[in-house]
Structure formats: C-alpha cells, structure tokens
Design a protein. Structure first.
Length: 139
C-alpha cells in the first residue's frame, strides 16, 4: 500500500468519525458523555470505561513486551486487575450515587476549589513525570 493511500484512509476514517459525532452529538453535554444522562446502570458504564482504557495497541504490543521482559510485566497486569476492580465496584457506584463525573468534582464539593485545582495539577504533573522516563534511583 502506498503512503498516500494510507494517509487518505486515515483522513477518511477521521472524517467518518467526525461526521458521526456531529450527527449524533447535537444535543450532547458533559452529563450525556460521562453518564449517558443516568440512563445506563453503573456496571455498564464501568464495563465501557474499562474497555475504552484497554486499547488495541495493548493487545498488539504487550504480548511481545512481556516475552522480552521475562514476565515482569505480569505484576503490572495484576495491579491493573485490582485497580479496575476497585474503580468498577467501589468508585463508579459512589459516583452514580453522588452524581459525580470525576474525583475532582468530589474534591471541589467536599474541600473547595483549591483542592480541586491541586488534585488536577498533581495528576498533570505525575503524567509529565511519567513521560520523562526517569530511572527509579533518580529520586
């Protein structure tokens, strides 16, 4: 396949996605996006959220990484399973009951605007540090 064909295919794919989102999302807002206007049960939203966080790249690249890493990645997978269980069984029912869309809205309602900003800033900062790929003995 020629590079131009690949580029056109990618542009067509994104064009179709944008068209579908424009047609179906005219009356959508944050409540619709995050919680489907409370029309879906929490366990269905949890299943969708966890499924969305596991991308196709994960299923393609991780098996080779595990083989090359001599199964040390398995510890991280077990951590993911535990983390997803806590999110799906503890946090999402709580979010539905309190009508929240994120932990930051809870922080803002419970502790004020500064805790909301601090929590969001710490998340962004941790993502930044993760991208630096510093060695563990750096700190």
């Amino acid at each position: 396949m020629q590079p131009l064909h690949i580029l056109l295919l990618i542009l067509a794919y994104f064009g179709v996605l944008i068209l579908i989102s424009y047609i179906t999302g005219k009356s959508a807002n944050n409540q619709t996006f995050f919680k489907a206007n409370n029309s879906s049960p929490w366990y269905l939203v949890a299943f969708g959220m966890i499924g969305a966080s596991l991308s196709g790249v994960t299923f393609i690249s991780v098996p080779g990484w595990i083989e090359g890493d001599k199964m040390s990645y398995m510890q991280m997978v077990l951590g993911y399973v535990l983390g997803y269980a806590v999110i799906g069984l503890v946090l999402l029912p709580l979010y539905y009951r309190l009508n929240l869309t994120s932990i930051y809205t809870y922080l803002e309602g419970r502790f004020g605007r500064y805790s909301y900003k601090t929590g969001a800033s710490l998340l962004l900062f941790s993502y930044f540090l993760e991208r630096l790929e510093l060695p563990f003995d750096y700190f």
